[in-house]
Ligand binder design. Structure first.
Ligand code: NA7
Length: 542
């Protein structure tokens, strides 16, 4: 069989490995470390010119994690935990990137990572029982196993605005922000999109730009991040508590929030004053754990309405112009689209040099060299920022032409929505593993905790195959169908499927509407453990 790489350019070398990993973010780095430590020959191919994945690409002003640093970090190596000190409660992008660069160096990972190389094709060779790998660096590779560590929020969604390419100034997507500094001083900047990326960047851009216009299609709920520096005493105390923090986080429904568990009290079981007191307390310091103020905010419409009403009240109190405040108030359920955490977002709209333009009823009709047209109005701009999100969970996977058993493509197999077993394997695609794939807690969990869980499970599976002398593992179609049904059934007990979110694929025209992540981290971990203990039940090994 002709190596797939031959079609990508001139083949100059061959490389046949045990494990080929695509992506050098949190998932790919740890997968490389574990596979290598288990004695497999493993390599990583990475499109970017450095490690970091999400944190390599998302360099927009204000980019910051909204899970606490002490939880949004690896726990597999206690020395690593103890030697690295986070400077803020919620780390900003440069610090997380520096951490991942440190991890790459500390575990000597770079020697097995090829940067600046995109994997375009993967084809299962049933005779050889190997994947042939088509990448654009001219190396013909094969691999016994492929791990797609391509990220859940990595394939950017550029808005389909007529004339976007005619804009004279820079058009910048938050998820592909330039590596060199972008000088916004004295510029008229437009930001399209008010999800997490818009909400984090808008206050920072407003502080620098001469004027900022925010184009809002859907108002999002956001709560104060309550970020702050971590002083050396606090850092030492936190490090001493790591085992307890990690153990507590593993029991949380979303795999994080060790220090602020979800309440067990239903919202309407307490009187108005008590409910307000609890909401105030969470608003002041809980960040995303605001949604854990009561047990049923994500499951009961009345409880949800109470939380949403509280946030709307905050918007009314913070934003001075009542009309602007009204436009900023979402009329949807809270938490159904991903909640955002901000540093001064609503306050930004009290500035004279910031304007909120509602593009829900009258959308942006076009872009020309000098700005943006909304209805009758032309808004002059020097820089256009698209904070318009991602083709979440499946976008990066579907950019690779994956041909499995009998040449069937992943695009074809997933035409009605992504089917997986445990979010780890796909029927018809032997020896292919997903990290944080659709059907696993992934984006509804602390991504790093889920990544470590998946990588550990995959590594133990590879070791099991080696020990038992098996060459292949593949999800059974029946087990996969039952899993897909289970993921949907669990979601239906929550309010998550009730609005047009990227969890459902609703932000990408033509994408099948399927609820992609699985709600509930601890039961999921138990199920994965049971499957492995039961001889990889639901998988066929041969
Ligand atoms: P999101 O959360 O998908 O937000 C994208 C925003 O862009 C959202 O407000 C969209 O409005 C808006 N959007 C998208 N296309 C357009 C057009 N054509 N016109 C106007 N507005 C548009 O992406 P983020 O990058 O902010 O966050 C993604 C995740 O990354 C986040 O949840 C964290 O997990 C980290 P819409 O709501 O679709 O009406």
């Amino acid at each position: 069989m002709r190596p797939a790489a031959a079609e990508e350019g001139n083949v100059t070398e061959r490389d046949d490995v045990d494990v080929l990993i695509v992506g050098a973010g949190f998932a790919g780095l740890y997968m490389l470390h574990r596979a290598r430590s288990a004695g497999f020959r493993a390599v990583v191919l990475e499109t970017g010119d450095g490690v970091g994945g999400t944190w390599y690409w998302n360099r927009y002003p204000g980019a910051r994690c909204d899970v606490e640093s002490i939880e949004y970090s690896y726990q597999f190596d206690d020395d690593l935990q103890q030697e690295w000190t986070w400077s803020e409660r919620f780390a900003a992008q440069p610090e997380i990137l520096a951490y991942l660069e440190h991890v790459a160096d500390r575990f000597d990972l770079r020697r097995d990572i090829t940067f600046g190389t995109r994997v375009g094709r993967l084809a299962w060779d049933g005779g050889a029982q190997r994947w042939t790998v088509g990448a654009d660096d001219g190396v013909a590779r094969t691999a016994r196993f492929v791990v797609l560590a391509t990220g859940s929020l990595s394939s950017v969604n550029l808005p389909d605005l007529p004339g976007l390419d005619t804009f004279a100034g820079p058009v910048l997507h938050t998820g592909r922000w330039p590596h060199e500094p972008v000088d916004l001083a004295g510029r008229r900047v437009g930001v399209v999109g008010t999800g997490s990326s818009g909400i984090q960047s808008i206050p920072v851009i407003a502080a620098e730009a001469a004027h900022l216009t925010v184009f809002q299609r859907t108002a999002a709920y956001t709560v104060p991040a309550a970020n702050r520096p971590v002083d050396p005493d606090e850092a030492a105390a936190l490090k001493a508590e790591y085992p307890a923090i990690r153990a507590a986080a593993a029991q949380r429904i979303f795999g994080f929030g060790a220090r602020q568990p979800m309440s067990e009290v239903p919202a309407l079981s307490v009187d108005d004053d008590e409910r307000r007191r609890v909401f105030e307390e969470r608003w002041a310091d809980a960040g995303l754990q605001f949604l854990g103020a009561f047990a049923d905010i994500l499951a009961d419409r009345d409880a949800n309405a109470a939380a949403a009403g509280f946030v709307r009240g905050k918007i009314a109190a913070i934003v001075e112009d009542p009309e602007v405040a009204a436009r900023l108030m979402p009329d949807t359920l809270i938490g159904c689209k991903r909640l955002c955490a901000d540093s001064g977002y609503y306050e930004t709209f009290n500035r004279d040099d910031v304007e909120l333009v509602d593009v829900s009823a009258v959308p942006i009709s076009g872009v020309d060299a000098t700005g943006v047209q909304v209805g009758e109005r032309h808004i002059d701009l020097d820089v256009l920022v698209c904070a318009t999100g991602f083709d979440a969970m499946t976008g990066a996977l579907s950019k690779i032409a994956v041909a499995g058993r009998d040449g069937r493509t992943l695009a074809d197999a997933w035409s009605a929505g992504p089917g997986t077993y445990l979010g780890l394997g796909v029927a018809g695609f032997p020896n292919l593993f997903l990290v944080n794939g659709p059907g696993s807690p992934s984006v509804l969990s602390n991504m790093v905790v889920s990544i470590e869980h998946h990588v550990g499970w995959i590594t133990e599976c590879l070791e099991h195959l080696r020990t038992t002398g098996r060459a292949t593992i593949e999800a059974e179609p029946g087990a996969q169908a039952a899993w897909v049904e289970y993921v949907g059934a669990v979601a239906s007990f929550t309010l998550f499927p009730s609005c047009n979110s990227w969890y459902l694929g609703a932000n990408v025209p033509g994408k099948p509407r399927v609820f992609l992540p699985l709600v509930g981290f601890p039961p999921y971990v138990e199920q994965c453990t049971d499957v492995a203990a039961d001889g990889y039940r639901g998988f066929v090994t041969a």
